[in-house]
Design a protein around this ligand. Structure first.
Ligand code: GDP
Length: 445
């Protein structure tokens, strides 16, 4: 996934610190050098890297680490905090206009993912109780209008597209007309998709800038493909000068590319990253949280996002029931099965598992994970008696053998399932009580 290599390198660096009581200046220098190399290899902008490693080094040599009970862990903490800063510090939410409609304009290179994003944003807005209208002001790319109509339909929202003979070829005019229509029809959000080019060019900037003037947006979102590597910073600066923007959306974070340049964009432009896009589907999209992204990169886990996604995918009634069961400690294998079945609804199981703390360690397991796992789990649980499902403690050796035979699995499979169930029950109990589950990577270093 995104930042995978960077993440691997950093966690490896921290592993090397493990077991060290005090850290000598040489330890700190070695670590900082490794971090620097990892960031540069991931295409993080040089100035950003210098600044980052400078801060980490200074803090790591200071009292904060010297006096820490666990110096190595303290260094991880420092890296985490500085990474959060690079990514923009606090989460920045999308701003809505005091008097609707809120106007959001999308800008970026061709292929960055603007049109897809328009659909994602619209769908997300609907979920938040808004009534968005999409505007097709990308009249450059063949099919762009049709593509927007398709995503609009998928998202279940109105799309304003130029009628033949009425403003075709003039995106500024289309955008202006659209504003009037949006007001008449009482849409409270207007999302304007604009044209991109393959590279930065003056005419493109002028057009985007004119649309900006015409619609006076509350937010201009610069859409940046995280996979374009080193060019990301230059492109971002060019758009900042040419159109200026209020926030950034990183797309294609699901890609395997180095992606580090995207990490620099908030520091280089001083504009916050507001959303992250992680796939081609309309649901592969989330508000960006600098702290959660940093945790993901450092493999500290991203429990909060995981829970939010789970809450979205589980139907609410079911979620309430589960919460109740967790509170009263009556979570059973039947519930576990029901949950696994609901997991099927979620975008990407691998993505979800990837958010679990320490997931890097189970990279191989993740790669081997497939949805057939759910089918196998179903088979095993369905071979249990209702009493066994409610009370897994009943599962002695002979019962496990019977279940294995009944489901066509081995006793080892059955054992593994019971262990997984117990771990899940334990983790969810902790979460339900408002605590953070233990983070494996952060144990005594
Ligand atoms: P536009 O030219 O900026 O409007 O870009 P599009 O929305 O047409 O997207 C270009 C391509 O990137 C399309 O094939 C999209 O399906 C794909 N795409 C967009 N966002 C993502 C993402 O987050 N992840 C992946 N893997 N593909 C994406």
């Amino acid at each position: 996934a995104a930042f995978g290599t960077l993440s691997d390198r950093l966690t490896e660096t921290f592993r090397n610190l493990r077991g060290k009581g005090r850290l000598t200046p040489a330890d700190v220098d070695g670590t900082v050098r490794e971090i620097r190399r990892a960031l540069l290899e991931a295409d993080v902008n040089l100035d950003v890297v210098k600044d980052f490693t400078g801060k980490v080094r200074e803090r790591a040599l200071g009292d904060e680490v010297n006096k820490a009970l666990n110096p190595a862990q303290q260094v991880v903490q420092i890296v985490n905090e500085e990474l959060v800063q690079i990514l923009g510090g606090q989460q920045r939410r999308l701003e809505f206009a005091k008097t609707p409609p809120t106007v959001i304009m999308l800008a970026g290179l061709q292929g960055a993912g603007k049109t897809t994003l328009a659909g994602k944003l619209a769908k997300w807005m609907v979920g938040e109780g808004h009534s968005p209208m999409l505007v097709a002001a990308d009249l450059q790319r063949p099919n762009a209008v049709t593509q927007l109509q398709v995503v609009g339909e998928q998202a279940g929202v109105t799309v304003y597209a130029p009628q033949p003979g009425n403003g075709v070829g003039d995106p500024v005019r289309v955008a202006k007309d659209a504003m009037k229509v949006a007001r008449d029809r009482q849409h409270d959000v207007v999302i304007v998709d604009t044209a991109g080019r393959l590279g930065v060019d003056a005419e493109l900037m002028k057009q985007a800038s004119n649309i900006r003037k015409a619609v006076d947006p509350d937010e201009v979102l610069f859409v940046l493909d995280a996979m374009i590597g080193q060019d990301a910073v230059g492109t971002a600066k060019a758009f900042q000068e040419g159109v200026d923007f209020t926030g950034v959306v990183l797309t294609k974070l699901d890609g395997d590319a180095r992606g580090g340049a995207a990490l620099s964009v908030a520091s280089v432009t001083g504009r916050p990253i507001i959303f992250a896009s992680t796939g081609e589907g309309l649901d592969d999209f989330e508000p960006f949280h600098p702290d959660r992204m940093a945790s993901r990169i450092l493999d500290l886990g991203d429990i909060l996002t995981l829970i939010e996604q789970a809450q979205k995918a589980f139907d609410e009634e079911e979620a309430l029931k589960v919460a109740e069961k967790l509170a009263t400690e009556t979570f059973t294998l039947e519930d576990f099965l029901a949950q696994m079945q609901q997991l099927k609804n979620m975008g990407s199981i691998k993505g979800m598992l990837g958010m679990l703390p320490g997931a890097k360690g189970m990279r191989e397991q993740l790669d081997n994970f497939d949805e057939r796992e759910i089918v196998r789990t179903e088979a095993i649980i369905q071979s249990m008696t209702p009493a066994e499902r409610r009370n897994p403690k009943l599962l002695n050796g002979s019962r496990r053998l019977r279940i294995a035979r009944g489901s066509g699995m081995t006793v080892t499979d059955v054992n593994a399932l019971v262990t997984r169930f117990e771990q899940a029950a334990k983790m969810m109990k902790t979460v339900a009580r408002g605590g953070m589950p233990q983070i494996p990577g952060m144990g005594p270093v």
